[in-house]
Design a protein around this ligand. Structure first.
Ligand SMILES: *Cc1c(COP(=O)(O)O)cnc(C)c1O
Ligand SMILES: [Zn+2]
Length: 392
């Protein structure tokens, strides 16, 4: 089915055997899944992709499950790439697109990562999964665990959006609301996992979510006729999407599907939590814990991303940049997009619209460039965040 060979530490390059249960490397580095891409190049092709299922599993030859029966799918992926000419005209962007990840199961792109992670849990015989989450990862894990018939244990900040809490409960997960941030939730998972026998599905501590998310990179290439855009705006929390897409581009090049050109990868954060932007501006390789993280864009409230060095590498090598916008700016930008294009997007995606306005105004991006914004979730999941703009 695939050409998976092994896993490799992203920091020290130590190799790990496939088919075994892994979290982080001993050195603390996240593990990346490696394939024999020379072999894939001979046995698979862009034409064969087109004949595959209408979901992210059309890329199964570069996804980790080795048996089709392991796959737990709710139809994730192959989200629309929507042209947004009215907004583009207003801002001075002649070739502007939104990849609308809000149409995934559970209303966010977290479905891609968790479909892959839960499929691998099934393949490896794991029966209990646990996750610390700012919201959408929890909803997605609860949904896929329900579909797989395994136990889900969820730790979320008490002020998580209502939609996420209710979804998790409806999916039958064990939910614990924590007074604190995702980092405090992570401590609870770490504390309980040995005694409770949970497998820790935390961002990047689990090696397969990134594989699911990388399909966003394959899809954008396929949808644009195997030509990458000039710039990608990505709302960056843990950064799994950026890291995953960067890996996807490398893999596609190794298979001869694309050339060496890369989009400028633009990491967007929020004023109330911008560890990656700070590190980028300081020329640092790692970020520092952002104290008192606060924002309505729940998915961006990640005070210290584990894969910060991988995010920064992709941003720098691609000639991209990192910038932050305020909550007020992003909500207003989200409403402007909704009113001009009919897309009601999540605050995280809306942060990218605001960041785009800034980078066009500063001249960092030019009118003729092909720009893709990743809208990572549905606006409908965030009614509390948008409600103050529309008092009744
Ligand atoms: C989790 C999340 C993000 C951040 O995703 P990463 O890939 O971890 O950076 C952005 N937007 C939404 C809606 C999310 O749920
Ligand atoms: Zn290592």
């Amino acid at each position: 089915m695939n050409t998976l060979t092994h896993l490799e530490c992203s920091l020290c390059r130590q190799k790990f055997e496939a088919g075994k249960i892994h979290n982080l490397c001993d050195c603390g580095g996240p593990l990346l899944v490696r394939y024999d891409l020379a072999k894939s190049r001979e046995t698979w092709s862009r034409e064969k992709v087109a004949a595959g299922p209408h979901s992210m599993w059309r890329y199964a030859p570069v996804l980790p499950p080795t048996r089709p029966e392991s796959i737990v799918s709710l139809g994730e992926g192959m989200t629309p790439l929507v042209r947004t000419p009215r907004l583009g005209q207003r801002l001075g962007a002649g070739d502007l697109w939104v990849k609308d990840e809000g149409l995934n199961p559970t209303g966010s792109f977290k479905a891609r990562g968790l479909s892959c992670a839960v499929s691998m849990a099934v393949e490896l015989g794991i029966r209990k999964v646990a996750i610390p989450s700012a919201g959408n990862a929890a909803s997605a894990m609860a949904a896929y665990a329900a579909a797989a018939g395994i136990e889900a244990h969820i730790f979320m900040p008490r002020d998580v959006p209502q939609s996420n809490y209710i979804e998790c409960k409806a999916f039958g997960a064990q939910v614990t609301l924590v007074d604190g941030l995702i980092s405090d939730c992570a401590k609870k998972v770490a504390a309980g996992k040995d005694t409770e026998g949970w497998f820790d599905v935390s961002t990047l501590k689990e090696p397969y979510r990134i594989e699911g998310k990388k399909t966003m990179g394959y899809e954008v290439a396929e949808q644009l006729g195997w030509e990458l855009p000039d710039a990608i705006f990505y709302p960056t929390g843990g950064g799994v999407g950026i890291i995953g897409m960067w890996k996807a581009f490398e893999e596609m090049q190794a298979m001869g599907w694309i050339g060496s050109k890369r989009p400028k990868m633009i990491a967007v954060q929020v004023a109330g939590c911008q560890p990656v932007v700070r590190a980028y501006e300081q020329g640092a390789e790692r970020s520092q814990f952002w104290e008192n993280a606060q924002t309505v864009a729940a998915g961006l409230r990640v005070p210290k991303p584990l894969g910060d060095f991988l995010i920064l590498e992709a941003v720098r090598q691609s000639g991209g940049t990192a910038l932050a916008v305020t909550d007020e700016e992003l909500l207003e930008a989200g409403v402007r997009l909704a009113a001009s294009e009919g897309l009601f997007i999540c605050p995280e995606g809306a942060a990218c619209v605001s960041a785009l306005e800034k980078l066009l105004a500063s001249g960092f991006l030019k009118r003729g460039e092909r720009i893709v914004i990743y809208n990572t979730g549905a606006g409908l999941k965030y009614l509390e965040a948008y409600a103050p703009l529309f008092p009744r």
